[in-house]
Ligand binder design. Structure first.
Ligand SMILES: [Zn+2]
Length: 76
């Protein structure tokens, strides 16, 4: 039981590239040396290809909605 809990916590521990100390994966700076860390759970930097695909999908959805509204208005 306790072992499983420890493993779950260890999954969120990252080794600081500056001092080799332990930090948690959501941290943006090392608590030991204040060095900058790249948080794993942070998705601010999205893959540009995925971002382009999402934008394309949004435009397609927007186009379908616009077409549906136009057809609905025409039928009325
Ligand atoms: Zn550090």
């Amino acid at each position: 039981m306790g072992k499983k809990k420890l493993t779950n916590l260890e999954r969120h521990i990252v080794i600081c590239p500056h001092c080799g100390g332990k930090a948690l994966d959501h941290m943006t700076e090392c608590p030991a040396c204040k060095g900058a860390l790249k948080p794993l759970g942070y998705h601010g930097e999205m893959d540009p290809r995925i971002r382009k695909r999402i934008r394309m999908t949004l435009w397609i959805v927007f186009g379908i909605i616009a077409a549906a509204v136009a057809i609905f208005a025409f039928l009325k």
